[in-house]
Design a protein around this ligand. Structure first.
Ligand code: 13P
Length: 259
């Protein structure tokens, strides 16, 4: 699957989760612009909390750094107290939306079905979903990691037409590696990414699957990104803890260049 005909630009995203005030987020965004101005062939995005999206968008201005949201609701408008629509995210300059993160599944009742509704809503508003998939430790120990991943991918992408697949990013985030300091080994990551790509080949086509970017997430750090990114099916990183400091995140992004 590491076919040279399909050049997938790595994508590295800072998922700040519940961190950073507007002031802190602006300061980070301005420093990041300068730190990665000649990163080369890597796409970079930051995903601040909803409250900081608009200010970070202005701080990024015309820089190469893109803006992502951490979640979304699937309706366009209406009586849904506390929710944010895809159009609202677009309005403040978002391009990507993280969907189905394991923390949303664990703490906020996100399911494969709700993630699927969000993926559809995001795509139909010309935004790009980052669908998070991945097994927990119990699944892995019970040898059912692949069936859990398969269910996340197949249900999360149910009804998504082929022409929308190229705008979709998958993030493989094994729950046991998130915030634990235990990263998947490069081999474990490659096997899971290869499996996801083979599923996409079955669901769509080998050609379309070969163009989809699959990020790895889970304790990515400056000292493990290089060995992860050299795996043929690893196309970037979704970074939590190590994305909170500009220097550390910039180092990860710069090291994600495959060329
Ligand atoms: P950590 O990098 O802190 O393990 O978090 C990963 C993650 O959940 C990114 O979405």
């Amino acid at each position: 699957m590491g076919d040279d005909r399909y050049v997938r630009t790595p994508i590295v995203i800072a998922n700040w989760k519940l961190n950073k005030t507007v002031g802190e987020a602006i300061k980070f965004a301005s420093a990041l612009r300068d730190a990665v101005s000649d990163v080369g062939s890597v796409e970079i995005a930051v995903a601040p909390a909803f409250t900081a999206l608009s200010s970070v968008s202005s701080a990024l201005g015309e820089s190469i750094v893109h803006l992502a949201a951490q979640d979304v609701f699937w309706e366009d408008d209406g009586a849904f107290t506390g929710e944010i629509s895809p159009a609202m995210l677009k309005d403040v300059g978002c391009e990507y939306v993280i969907i189905g993160h394991s923390e949303r599944r664990q703490f906020f009742g996100e399911t494969n079905e709700s993630a699927n509704r969000k993926v559809k809503a995001v795509l139909s508003n010309d935004l790009k979903p980052i669908l998070c998939v991945g097994e927990n430790l119990e699944d892995r120990e019970a040898d059912r990691a692949e069936s859990v991943i398969e269910n996340h991918v197949r249900t999360g992408l149910a009804g998504i037409p082929s022409e929308m697949l190229p705008s979709t990013v998958i993030a493989y985030e094994p729950v046991w590696a998130i915030g634990t300091g235990v990263t998947a080994t490069p081999d474990q990551a490659q096997l899971a990414h290869q499996f996801i790509r083979s599923l996409l080949s079955e669901m769509y086509s080998v050609e379309l699957a070969a163009g989809v970017r699959i990020q790895y997430g889970g304790s990515v750090k400056p000292d493990n990104i290089s060995e992860l990114i050299t795996q043929p099916d690893v196309d970037g990183a979704l970074v939590g803890g190590a994305s909170l400091e500009v220097e550390t995140f910039a180092q990860i992004a710069i090291s994600a260049n495959k060329q």
